[in-house]
Ligand binder design. Structure first.
Ligand SMILES: [Fe+2]
Ligand SMILES: [Fe+2]
Length: 481
C-alpha cells in the first residue's frame, strides 16, 4: 500500500483505470537487466512469492506490500555494479547472475566462485592479484556490497511512496534464517516475514528457470533451516506441482497476468505524482549504475525542462518531456560496467554494445502503461539531425521537438561532466562544439533554446560532485590508497 493517499486522477484515456501494479511489473524488467537476469526474473519471483503468501496466509495489506517488494527487490542493484565490476575485473551482470546460484555460506563454494569469475579475460597474474585483493576484503567486502544494495533499494522504494513493510523486505532480501546472511546477520523471526519470502522466492526462480523444478526443490530442501524458513520450504514443496504455480514458466503474458496477485481492495489507479515518482526513482537507479554518470539523468532532465521553458512550452508538455529525460538511459542498466567505466577508448565491439542502450530504453518503456508514449522520444536521444546517429539512424528533423531537446540536453550534460577517459569540458567549449554541429548533428531550434536557458549560468559545480562520487568508489576498493 502507498504511504500517501492516492487520488483517483486518471492518466491516459479519460476514465481509464491504470493500476500501479501494471506499471511496476513492467518497470521491473529494467531491474532484471542490471541483475544480469533474463526478462521476467522479478515477475516470476513475484508469482512464486505471492503463491507462497497464499499458502501460509497473510493479510491483504502485507500481500500488497509483498507484491511490490518482490517486483522491486533489485532496486538497489545498480548501486554496487561499478564496484563489483572493478573488484572482479569482469562483467558485473555475469558476476551477479552467477552469484545467485552459489551457496556462499560454504567457504569452498566461495573460493570456486571467485576463481571462476575473477578477471575472466586476464592472465594468470591478473587473476591472482584480483583474488588476493578480494581475499583481503574478506566477508566484510561481500557484506558491504550487499549492504549498499539493500539500503539503496529500500531507500528508493520509500521514495517511490511504498510502505515501510515493502522497504523492510528489500532490506532483508539477503538475510538468512540461520543468521549467516547479510547485511546484519539477522536470525529467524528477526528477519521480516516479507524479507524471508523474497529470499526464498528469488532463489527458487533462478534454479527452476535454469535447471528445472527438480533442481528448485532440491535447493529448497538443501537450504531449509539454513537460508530459508522451514515453514516456507514446506509450503513450496507441498504446492509446487499446482498448475497455478507451474503456469508461470510458460506464461506468455507474464507481466499483465501477474497483476491478479495484488489484492483487489489494495489496487489503485496511478496519478501524475506517482508517475513522476516512478520516473525519478528509476532515474536514480540508472544514475547509480556508474559514478561517472552520477546525476546524469537528473541533469539531463533539468536542462531539458530549462530549454522547454525558455522556448515557452506549457507545463503539461514539459511534464512528459521531464519524465522522458529522466528515463532516457534506462537501457544502460543492460550494459556492463566494464564498458561504461572503461578508462580508455572503446573498441568497435564495445561501442556496438553501448549503441544498443537507446533501443533497450524504448523496448522497456513501450511496455509500461501510462509511460509508453515516452518510449519513442526517450529512445531517440542519440539520433542526429543528419541521420547519422543511432539506434535507428533516422534524421532527427522527422522526430518530435521533445526528442531533439533531449538530445541537446544529453550532449551538453555529458560533455560538461568528466568521463573515465577525459575531463569535463568548460561550458564555453561545449557550446562551441554544439554551435559547430548545429544543422548537422544538432537541431538549431533546440540549440537556441539551450542558449536562452544558459544565459549567465555555469554548470561547473556539478562536475565537482561527480568527481567526489568517483573518488568514493575507488577508495572503497582500495585503489586510491
Ligand atoms: Fe544515452
Ligand atoms: Fe544520456
Amino acid at each position: 500500500m502507498l504511504v500517501e493517499s492516492i487520488t483517483a486522477e486518471r492518466q491516459g484515456c479519460e476514465g481509464e483505470f491504470i493500476s500501479a501494479s501494471e506499471i511496476i511489473a513492467a518497470m521491473s524488467t529494467a531491474l532484471d537487466l542490471t541483475e544480469g537476469q533474463p526478462t521476467g526474473h522479478a515477475a516470476r519471483s513475484c508469482w512464486i512469492g505471492m503463491h507462497l503468501a497464499s499458502q501460509i496466509g497473510i493479510g491483504a495489506e502485507e500481500k500488497s506490500a509483498l507484491f511490490y517488494a518482490l517486483l522491486l527487490k533489485d532496486l538497489g542493484c545498480s548501486s554496487n555494479a561499478s564496484k563489483v565490476s572493478y573488484l572482479f575485473a569482469a562483467d558485473d551482470r555475469v558476476v551477479k547472475r552467477e552469484f545467485k546460484t552459489v551457496n556462499w555460506q560454504s567457504l569452498w563454494n566461495n573460493v570456486r566462485y571467485v576463481v571462476s569469475q575473477v578477471s575472466p579475460e586476464g592472465r594468470t597474474w591478473d587473476k591472482l592479484t584480483r583474488m588476493l585483493a578480494l581475499a583481503k576484503q574478506g566477508p566484510e567486502g561481500t557484506k558491504n556490497l550487499i549492504k549498499t544494495r539493500c539500503e539503496r533499494g529500500a531507500m528508493i522504494a520509500r521514495r517511490l511512496g511504498f510502505s515501510e513493510l515493502t522497504a523492510q523486505a528489500i532490506l532483508d532480501l539477503d538475510e538468512h534464517w540461520n543468521g549467516k546472511g547479510y547485511p546484519l546477520g539477522k536470525k529467524g523471526h528477526e528477519i521480516s516475514q516479507l524479507g524471508r519470502i523474497l529470499n526464498i522466492s528469488q532463489t527458487i526462480e533462478v534454479f527452476w528457470r535454469e535447471m528445472g523444478l527438480i533442481a528448485a526443490k532440491e535447493v529448497v530442501k538443501q537450504r531449509c533451516g539454513t537460508w530459508f524458513e522451514p515453514a516456507l520450504c514446506r509450503a513450496f514443496l507441498r504446492s509446487c506441482q499446482e498448475r497455478s504455480l507451474q503456469r508461470m514458466m510458460c506464461c506468455e503474458n507474464l507481466l499483465t497476468e501477474l497483476v491478479v496477485f495484488e489484492p483487489d481492495q489494495m489496487r489503485f489507479s496511478v496519478d501524475a505524482a506517482f508517475l513522476d515518482r516512478v520516473a525519478q526513482g528509476f532515474s536514480d537507479v540508472v544514475d547509480a549504475k556508474s559514478p561517472w554518470t552520477y546525476k546524469h539523468s537528473q541533469g539531463v532532465a533539468e536542462i531539458s525542462v530549462g530549454i522547454a521553458r525558455s522556448i515557452g512550452w506549457a507545463d503539461d508538455r514539459i511534464v512528459s518531456l521531464r519524465r522522458a529525460a529522466l528515463l532516457h538511459d534506462l537501457g544502460k542498466l543492460g550494459i556492463s560496467n566494464r564498458i561504461l567505466d572503461k578508462p580508455g577508448k572503446m573498441t568497435d565491439e564495445e561501442f556496438a554494445i553501448v549503441k544498443t542502450h537507446p533501443r533497450l530504453t524504448e523496448e522497456i518503456l513501450s511496455k509500461v502503461p501510462a509511460l509508453s508514449e515516452l518510449a519513442t522520444v526517450a529512445g531517440a536521444h542519440h539520433e542526429r539531425w543528419d541521420g547519422r546517429g543511432y539506434f535507428r539512424g533516422i534524421e532527427s528533423s522527422s522526430l518530435p521537438l521533445e526528442a531533439r531537446i533531449l538530445m541537446v540536453a544529453d550532449i551538453f550534460e555529458a560533455l560538461t561532466a568528466a568521463r573515465p577517459y577525459r575531463d569535463g569540458m568548460p561550458q564555453e567549449k561545449v557550446l562551441a562544439i554544439l554551435e559547430k554541429d548545429c544543422g548537422t548533428a544538432v537541431c538549431p531550434e533546440a540549440y537556441s533554446g539551450l542558449l536562452k536557458w544558459i544565459d549567465g549560468r555555469n554548470v561547473a559545480s556539478r562536475v565537482e560532485v561527480q568527481l567526489e562520487a568517483v573518488e568514493k568508489l575507488l577508495c572503497g576498493t582500495g585503489a586510491c590508497s
